[in-house]
Design a protein around this ligand. Structure first.
Ligand SMILES: NC(=O)c1ccc[n+]([C@@H]2O[C@H](COP(=O)([O-])OP(=O)(O)OC[C@H]3O[C@@H](n4cnc5c(N)ncnc54)[C@H](OP(=O)(O)O)[C@@H]3O)[C@@H](O)[C@H]2O)c1
Length: 266
C-alpha cells in the first residue's frame, strides 16, 4: 500500500493537528510512510503525537505551534517550512472551528477570528503551497469543509457560510489544478466525536448525537478520497443521504430543518 500511495518519504502538512480529525489525518499519513508537519496552537499534544508517530512509523515529524488565525500566519508558516527545506507534497487544510448561537449575540471579534481561520488562512495556505505543487506538477490538497456548508444553517450562520466557501473553493480548485498534476479534494464531515461541539458552544445536540462518527472514520474517508483524486466527499452514508435529500427540498425547508436539528429540537 505504501508503495502505491507514493506518499512514503513525502512531506505532509496537517493543520489542526492537536486534536480531532487532524490527529487522525497525521496518523494515517505517517502510517503510509509520509513525514508530517503538525500545526496548531497547543504544542504539548502535538509533541506527544510526534513522539508516537516517530516511534510507531519511523517517520520524521516537525511541530509548528502557532495561531493560524493571525493575519500573517500562512506567510509565517510557509517561511518556516521553507527555512527548513521542507517541500510540502500534501496539504491537509483542516484547522477550523464553529460558533453556535444567534449571529448578533456572538462577539464580533470571535466571528471575525473564525472567518480569518476558516476562510482566509485556509485560502492563503492553499495558494502558497498549491502554487509550488503546480510548479512541481504533483501534490494533494485536502480541505475540511462540513455538511453544514451545503445549506444555510440558522444557529451556525457564519460558520456554515464559511464552510460553503471552502466547499466551493475546493471543487473549483480541483478543476483548475487537475491538469497541473495537483489533486484537490474537499471533505465534508457531519457530526463527529471531536471537541468541535464544545468549542462551538453547542450543548444540546439532540439528533446529532445519534449521527456522530468517530474522527478516525472521517479521516479515513478523507484520505481515501484524496488518494483517489476525488473532487469532494461527504463522510458517511447517512450524511450522503442528507445531502441528497436536501437537493430535493425548497431552501426554506432546508434551513427550517437544520435550525431545529441544531437546536436539539428533533
Ligand atoms: N467534528 C465535527 O462535528 C465537524 C463536522 C464538520 C466539520 N468539522 C471541521 O473539521 C475541522 C477539524 O475540527 P475537529 O472536529 O477535529 O475539531 P477539534 O477537535 O476542535 O480540532 C480543531 C483543530 O483546529 C485547531 N485550531 C483551532 N483554532 C486554531 C487556531 N487559531 N490556530 C491553529 N489551529 C487552530 C485546534 O488546535 P488548537 O486548539 O491547539 O489550536 C485543533 O487541532 C474543522 O475545520 C471543523 O470545522 C468538524
Amino acid at each position: 500500500m505504501t508503495q502505491r500511495d507514493g506518499l512514503a518519504g513525502k512531506w505532509a502538512l496537517v493543520t489542526g493537528a492537536s486534536s480531532g480529525f487532524g490527529v487522525e489525518f497525521a496518523t494515517l499519513l505517517a502510517a503510509r510512510g509520509a513525514n508530517v508537519i503538525l500545526v496548531a496552537r497547543r504544542r504539548e499534544p502535538m509533541e506527544q503525537l510526534a513522539e508516537r508517530l516517530r516511534r510507531e512509523h519511523g517517520v520524521r515529524v516537525v511541530v509548528e505551534a502557532m495561531d493560524l488565525s493571525a493575519p500573517d500566519a500562512a506567510a509565517t508558516l510557509k517561511a518556516r517550512t521553507d527555512a527548513q527545506g521542507l517541500a510540502v507534497d500534501v496539504l491537509i487544510n483542516n484547522a477550523g472551528y464553529g460558533l453556535y448561537g444567534d449571529f448578533h449575540e456572538q462577539p464580533l471579534a470571535r466571528v471575525m477570528n473564525m472567518l480569518q481561520l476558516n476562510i482566509l488562512t485556509l485560502t492563503e495556505l492553499a495558494h502558497r503551497y498549491g502554487r509550488e505543487m503546480a510548479q512541481r506538477g504533483s501534490g494533494h490538497i485536502l480541505l475540511t469543509a462540513s455538511l453544514l456548508g451545503f445549506q444555510a444553517v440558522p444557529g451556525y450562520a457564519a460558520y456554515a457560510a464559511s464552510k460553503a466557501y471552502v466547499l466551493h473553493l475546493g471543487e473549483a480548485l480541483h478543476a483548475e489544478l487537475r491538469s497541473r498534476g495537483v489533486a484537490v479534494t474537499v471533505l465534508a464531515p457531519g457530526a463527529a466525536t471531536t471537541s468541535f461541539g464544545d468549542v462551538a458552544g453547542q450543548t444540546d445536540k439532540g439528533t446529532l448525537q445519534k449521527l456522530m462518527m468517530s474522527p478516525r472514520q472521517v479521516a479515513e474517508i478523507g484520505i481515501a478520497a484524496m488518494l483517489r483524486r476525488r473532487a469532494s466527499v461527504v463522510a458517511g452514508f447517512r450524511n450522503r443521504c442528507i445531502v441528497f435529500l436536501n437537493r430535493l427540498m425548497p431552501r426554506a425547508l432546508q434551513r427550517g430543518i437544520f435550525r431545529r436539528v441544531m437546536a436539539g429540537d428533533v
